[in-house]
Design a protein around this ligand. Sequence first.
Ligand SMILES: CC(C)(COP(=O)(O)OP(=O)(O)OC[C@H]1O[C@@H](n2cnc3c(N)ncnc32)[C@H](O)[C@@H]1OP(=O)(O)O)[C@@H](O)C(=O)NCCC(=O)NCCS
Length: 422
Amino acid sequence: MSLPLEGIKVLDFTAVQAGPACTQLLAWFGADVLKIERPGVGDVTRRQLRDIEDLDALYFTMLNSNKKSLELNPKSADGKEIMEKLIREADVLVENFAPGALDRMGFTWEHIHKLNPRLIFGSVKGFSDGHSYSDLKVYENVAQCAGGSASTTGFWDGPPTISAAALGDSNTGMHLVIGILTALISREKTGKGQKVAVSMQDAVINLCRVKLRDQQRLDKVGYLEEYPQYPVRADGEFGTFSDVVPRGGNAGGGGQPGWILKCKGWETDPNAYIYFTIQDHVWEPICKAIGKPEWANDPAYMTPRARQPHIFEIFADIEKWLADKTKFEAVDVLRKFDIPCAPVLSMKEIEESPDLRATGTIVEVEQKKRGKYLTVGSPIKFSGFKPSITGAPLLGEHTDEVLTGLGYSKDKIQQLREAKVV
Ligand SMILES: CC(C)(COP(=O)(O)OP(=O)(O)OC[C@H]1O[C@@H](n2cnc3c(N)ncnc32)[C@H](O)[C@@H]1OP(=O)(O)O)[C@@H](O)C(=O)NCCC(=O)NCCS
C-alpha cells in the first residue's frame, strides 16, 4: 500500500524525545527517515534507563521506529561533505540540539537554505528566537514550568506539579509535524522551503490556553466560579483566590464541574477512581443514576450556580453511591445515563487493554535483538491507510547502504569508518 508521505526524504538530526517524536510520526506516514547519529555513541536515549543490559533502551526504540540509522560526524571535513550531499537530496531536515550547536557545526539555516532552497528545516528549541531565555537548554519539565502548566497543576496546598504527559517533549514534536506538513504544502505552491521553528515553551502554552483565559477572567472579576476555591470558604479548605490562577486540583476546566471520585477498593488500589462530570443538561439523569431523584427539582441542586457552593458535598454523596461499585461497574451504570465519565486507568491496564490493541493504539513491535515490545501506535486514524509500526534501527545499521547510495566505494567507506567519520 502506498503511504501519503512516500518519497519524502527526512534527515532526522534529533535526539531524546521532542525531535524523534516528530520524525517518527513522519516515518509512520510513509516518509523515508534517516536518523543521523554520533559514531559509536548514537542518540543518548539508546543507553538511558535500559531494562536489558547492552540493548537499545525502550526510550529509544519507542521513539525511533520505522527509521534508518546513519553514523556520521558532520564536524569532520569528510563528514561535512556527506552531510551536505544528504541535505541537497532531502526534503526535510529536523534538529533539536542545544541552541547554537548546529551553527557551531557549520550548518546555519542560511547555509542549509543555500545548499537546498526547497528543503524544509524543522527546529525545536526550549524558547523561541528573540526570547530572553533563548540560550537555555531545556528538558520536558523545564518546559512545563516555563509554559504555565506546572503553576496551574496540582492542589492548592501543594507545590507546582509536573504532568506525566510529555507536554514539553512529544507535544512539541507534534506541533512541529503540523508545521512541517504545512511547509510541504506551501512548497507545492511556491517551490521554496522554509524554516519551521517550535519552542517547547510555546507548545506547552498552546495547551494552557484555557489557563490564560482564566487569568484574564480572574483579573476582571477576582474569582473563578468553576474552581474549588469558589466560593471562598471561611475555613479556607479549598484555598483562596489571589491575583494568579490557582491550582485547581482535579476540577473540570470548562463550564461543567467534575472531580475524581473514589470507587470500591480505593483503600488499597491507587487507581480505584473514576472521573465524574456534572454536565448541566444531564442533571436529571445524574440524579436518577446515583439514586437521588429528589435533587432534580430541588432549588438547592437544580442549577449549576445553586450546586457550586456545595459541590464537594454533592461529590461526597456520589462517592457514597460509588462505594460498592468498582470503577468499571460504575462507568457501566453511568454510561446508560449519558454521563461523561471514565475509569482512572493505570499504565498496567493500558498495557493490557484489549480495546487499545483492537484500535491499534497499543501495538506490539518486533525489534532486532530484543524481540517483542509494546509501543504507542498512531493516535491518528485514517480511513485510507493504517500506519504499520516496525522496529527501530540499530546504531549505524544503514551506514553502508546510505554511503553506497551517495556513491562512496567500499574502500572509502572503510577509510571513513577508521577515521571515525562514520
Ligand atoms: C536536550 C538538550 C538539553 C541536550 O543537551 P546536550 O546533552 O548537552 O546535547 P546537545 O544538543 O548540546 O549536543 C551535544 C553536542 O553533541 C554534538 N553532536 C550531536 N550530534 C553529533 C554528531 N552526529 N556528531 C558529532 N557531534 C554531534 C553537538 O554538536 C553538541 O556539540 P557542541 O556543544 O560541542 O557544539 C539540548 O539538546 C536542548 O536543549 N535541545 C533543544 C530543546 C530540546 O529538544 N530538548 C529536549 C527535548 S526531549
